[in-house]
Design a protein around this ligand. Sequence first.
Ligand code: ZN
Length: 84
Amino acid sequence: MDKREATVTTAVAPSAASLSAADRCDRCGAQAYLRVELQTGGELLFCAHHAREHGDKLREIAAAVHDETHKLGDTPAVATNGDA
Ligand SMILES: [Zn+2]
């Protein structure tokens, strides 16, 4: 298996790119698995938890939704210690 490196010279990430571990949920800071491109031009990132929580509403206001929550499989996204 050869590792495919992304183009290192590119500073600006194309919006169609996959989410990486560097992408963080705007709500809680966990790794993001859902990117929502808003009709207004903005962009939001959500972890699997918040993607599920806000998913329906997000799809109403989104121009495009990039969903990678399937990557998680059965593994819990975040081990939250009781967020009251
Ligand atoms: Zn979150």
